[in-house]
Design a protein around this ligand. Structure first.
Ligand SMILES: Nc1ncnc2c1ncn2[C@@H]1O[C@H](COP(=O)(O)OP(=O)(O)OP(=O)(O)O)[C@@H](O)[C@H]1O
Length: 296
């Protein structure tokens, strides 16, 4: 069994460098090649090079942006098994994998844990692992990604939210689902293959990457003062019980709105509206900590 670790030294504002040093002693017993990304997009190319090798494990050592690039190198026909060593800012995909906390066991799981088929999303020619969407959260993603990230986890995203909440104006958006069309003034819309984004926000609490569907969470136009109480609920996933929040399952949908609005996927800005988003059921094999189907 062989593995390629695709390592983004800039992930987590440079934290990945320390993560790599910490895991190196545990890698010695494996047949592992470590390759370093040279810039944005390079992880896709490095993944493509080994995508067709049966039973090759391709480990993304970085954050969700690096994972996004790696899976886009493995898809659509890659045979390799995907896994991650989290070293980013948000690290939201790994929350779905039930990895052990101890570093040695985590590395072991990433390299030879059981594997399970995961659905992916497909949007505008790209695949995504976690959540895609448009509106306020895409604005925040752009703000966060443009600045040098300071600190890890949720805090940097909270700063982005605080900074953008008062300037952002809700926008008209239209969703088409199985030929039914609905429009409303929209704060944001999140299309979840998995539950979490922005460093632990449970935006799509019913999303399950094994059920062939997204959970769509559509938040109507709200005032800046309504943003913060709603945000407090997103950490627990209880925002979905509020009247301003609609949720529904969808395997495919089209999202339209002002063409200037950004769309994000896995927290990376990928283009503008309109977009068609589709699930790709059982698209990729991923190493997991255990074979349970439920989210942690
Ligand atoms: N060698 C490199 N130099 C500069 N940027 C790079 C390099 N390799 C990859 N990148 C870019 O780094 C960006 C950030 O990586 P990543 O998203 O993995 O980390 P993060 O933003 O800290 O974590 P998260 O997405 O979990 O919040 C990606 O958009 C990727 O294109």
């Amino acid at each position: 069994m062989a593995a390629r670790i695709i390592y983004n030294p800039t992930a987590g504002n440079g934290r990945a460098v320390h993560v790599l040093e910490s895991v190196k002693p545990f890698l010695e017993k494996f047949d592992v090649e470590i390759v370093e990304t040279q810039g944005p997009g390079h992880a896709t190319q490095l993944a493509q090079e080994v995508a067709d090798i049966e039973d090759m494990t391709v480990v993304s050592l970085g954050g969700d942006g690096t994972h996004h690039e790696v899976i886009n190198g493995l898809m659509p026909s890659g045979k390799a098994i995907f896994s991650v060593i989290p070293a980013g800012t948000g690290n939201d995909f790994v929350r779905m994998l039930r990895y052990p906390k101890a570093l040695d066991q985590m590395v072991d799981t990433a390299l030879r844990g059981p594997h399970q088929w995961f659905d992916l999303g497909h949007i505008d020619g790209q695949y995504f692992l976690t959540v895609a969407g448009a509106g306020f959260d895409a604005e925040v993603a752009g703000w966060v990604n443009q600045r040098k990230k300071q600190g890890n986890g949720t805090w940097v995203f909270i700063r982005g939210i605080l900074y953008n909440a008062f300037g952002y104006r809700p926008q008209p958006m239209t969703v088409t689902l199985q030929e039914a069309t609905r429009s409303q003034n929209t704060f944001m819309i999140a299309i979840g293959n998995t539950q979490y984004y922005a460093g632990g926000m449970k935006i799509c609490p019913e999303a399950n990457p094994h059920d062939g569907e997204f959970q769509v969470v559509w938040i109507e136009g709200i005032s800046p003062w309504q943003v913060f109480p709603l945000l407090a609920r997103v950490f627990r996933g209880s925002h979905v019980s509020r009247k301003v929040v609609k949720t529904f399952p969808a395997a495919s949908l089209t999202l339209e709105g002002p063409k200037a609005l950004w769309v994000h996927a896995d927290g990376e800005l990928i283009g503008h509206l309109p977009v068609t988003v589709k699930t790709v059921p059982k698209a990729i094999r991923v190493r997991v900590g255990s074979m349970e189907q439920d989210a942690p």
